[in-house]
Design a binder for this molecule. Structure first.
Ligand code: HEM
Length: 311
């Protein structure tokens, strides 16, 4: 029924602002959010007209509880649920609260800020802050731990089929499941690892981004455990738009992970492989240096559905 996706298949960008809000319990709050649903496309469009060279974009998503409360007469997207923590023997993918989610991107920080500030002002008095992260492109698209990120992301038609709901959930066509996790890295321990050991953690060469050969890539390398296939052997992918962030004076160095997918079950399988391991115990070695402090699932409606939700 609905079709045009929000900007979930585009590149991670240069500056990103991730905002997670809780929804106040009031009729005023519900109305403010619905008004924003109606205005959101125009807000983004206006920013694009004002700053065409900065290519601003914004994505608006909803948590399961907020969806049920705001839109009791709408069906619920098939895979929208409150994320249940995934506990491995050593590491846990925590579940944290979140009702509304915004992913703002632009080539310039002032433009990203302006768009985030407009969105925030529309929700004044309706929401409370849960989390906000400002991410930046680091050199040639590297994570803060130094490796190029996003190389194996699907592109073109693949990006749409892996990232955006199609005919399999007709009513929610054009929508996407956004899963976010804020990771903090143990930079001291990471920097003490020899280069070849770091490369074995990620499964790629650090400088050239070449994939390690199967003869030297360990089974617990990050790109080994997240490489999954369906029952027919076809690779399953998600669209990752991760961004590094850092507050060096606080000793805080992180990755804001965001995965857009047409089915949350794909992302969930990757997480299970990372945290529990497949076979069990073969957990992702990257987790020995990276701790998730948030974990929340959101549904991102198509532009058409977002507008309908205002009614
Ligand atoms: C600390 C957080 C994370 C960091 C720093 C990180 C970094 C990276 C890097 C450097 C690569 C290799 C280049 C590439 O293909 O993009 C990669 C690949 C990948 N990551 Fe992550 N990642 C993180 C979390 C996650 C999570 C939570 C998931 C899934 C839920 C995930 C899924 C993937 C996938 C699917 C690939 C491609 C694997 C393949 O080669 O087929 N990553 N990641």
């Amino acid at each position: 029924m609905h079709a045009n996706p929000q900007d979930v298949t585009i590149s991670p960008g240069v500056h990103a602002i991730f905002m997670v809000y809780g929804l106040n319990k009031s009729e005023y709050a519900d109305n403010a959010v619905k008004n924003l649903c109606g205005e959101f496309a125009a807000i983004v469009r206006s920013m694009r007209k004002r700053y065409p060279d900065s290519n601003p974009s914004a994505v608006f998503g909803f948590g399961a509880k907020a969806w049920d409360r705001l839109f009791p007469d709408e069906p619920r997207p098939k895979e929208l649920e409150t994320f249940q923590e995934i506990k491995g023997a050593k590491h846990t993918a925590v579940s944290t609260e979140g009702d509304l989610f915004f992913h703002v991107r632009a080539q310039n920080m002032d433009v990203a800020y302006e768009l985030a500030a407009i969105i925030s002002s529309k929700l004044d008095g309706a929401v409370y802050h849960i989390d906000e992260v400002h991410g930046f492109r680091y050199f040639d698209g590297r994570t803060i731990i130094g490796f190029v990120d996003g190389t194996e992301n699907p592109e073109n038609d693949d990006a749409v089929s892996f990232g955006v709901i199609g005919d399999e959930d007709e009513y929610f066509r054009g929508g996407s499941y956004a899963f976010v996790q804020k990771y903090l890295h143990d930079m001291k321990a990471w920097n003490e690892l020899a280069l070849i050991e770091q490369e074995k953690v990620i499964g790629r060469r650090r400088y050239t981004d070449e994939e390690l050969g199967e003869d030297i890539k360990p089974a617990n390398a990050h790109n080994a455990v997240t490489n999954i296939a369906d029952e027919n052997g076809n690779e399953l992918k998600i669209i990752r738009a991760n961004m590094p962030f850092a507050n060096p004076s606080k000793g805080e160095f992180g990755t804001y992970f965001i995965g857009y997918a047409s089915t949350f079950s794909t992302t969930k399988r990757m997480l299970e492989n990372m945290f529990k391991g497949e076979p069990e115990g073969n957990y992702d070695r990257l987790l020995d240096f990276s701790k998730p402090v948030t974990g929340t699932l959101f549904f991102v409606p198509s532009w058409e559905l977002l507008e309908k939700l205002a009614e």
